[in-house]
Design a protein. Structure first.
Length: 72
């Protein structure tokens, strides 16, 4: 584990594979950012409808996403 370095001390804006130290393709990084944004929006809607407004049951699930990452 020590030979892999400390990934959270990296100063780079790039995403680097922990095991390979390869830089992830920029289009894949954009896809990950989009997925995070979509997931955050879904979570906010879930909180609003289930906990704040109580218009939806808390047993309802958040929709499954089939987001594909670009090939690197």
């Amino acid at each position: 584990m020590e030979e892999l370095g400390r990934p959270f001390e990296e100063e780079s804006e790039e995403i680097i594979g922990l095991d390979s130290k390869e830089i992830v393709d920029p289009s894949t990084v954009e896809d990950l950012k989009k997925a995070q944004k979509i997931s955050q929006q879904q979570f906010q809607v879930f909180i609003k409808e289930c906990l704040v407004e109580r218009t939806t049951s808390i047993d309802n699930t958040i929709q499954h996403n089939c987001l594909k990452l670009s090939a690197s």
